[in-house]
Design a protein around this ligand. Sequence first.
Ligand code: URA
Length: 241
Amino acid sequence: MRLDKLLANMGFGSRKEVRQLLKKGAIQVNSEQVKDPALHVDPELDEVTILGERIVYREFIYLMMHKPQGVISATEDLRDRTVIDLLDNEYRHFEPFPVGRLDKDTEGLLLITNDGKLTHELLSPKKEVPKTYYAHIEGVVTEEDIARFSEGVTLDDGYFTKPGKLRILKSADVSEIELTITEGKFHQVKRMFEAVGKRVIYLKRLSMGPLQLDEGLKLGEYRELKEDELALLRNEKAELD
Ligand code: URA
């Protein structure tokens, strides 16, 4: 890879700005000062430093966000703030995107990455990656709802869902539940409850495949995935392959 591309990819400015850094003598490759932006470097093997500091090259980033309400799961939007708007520049230059969508009023676990292949695997309907949600439901959720969800329910557009695993945490005028589904149809959890005559009034995603929401993250906060979390995701993908 060209040196100027590597540096630009790592967020050290535009190619033009990077060239200025090179001209100033700020860059060393394998302990030698270099000024040629077209120099070919192997990010795995060559040691590139900027003002003496080693650059660790990476292609992909993997972030776990505790998505708050009021922001949309998209990369850009003319009206609303997006989850990408919540990221620091240090991450934005990787051009990450959310893995799937949570509604504007849904909170919880959102994976953000620029790894298209992993994203594709996690979202592929064939892979049936389980997603677990916690919700407040207007109406008394019953054993009958558990039975109906376990068979699948018919949504407003006639689609018959795959089975969902419903767990009642509190059955009351406003019930609390956990629901695990393996699909990701538009507004699926809300529409599944509508199918049994009930309304979701609060929705939060707790997990996606092996990835669990880190409850230490406040709403709107995010962090990089830990190595074991990434390994779990990759294993899941390998098992699904
Ligand atoms: N189901 C919904 O209805 N909304 C979400 O945001 C996610 C799943």
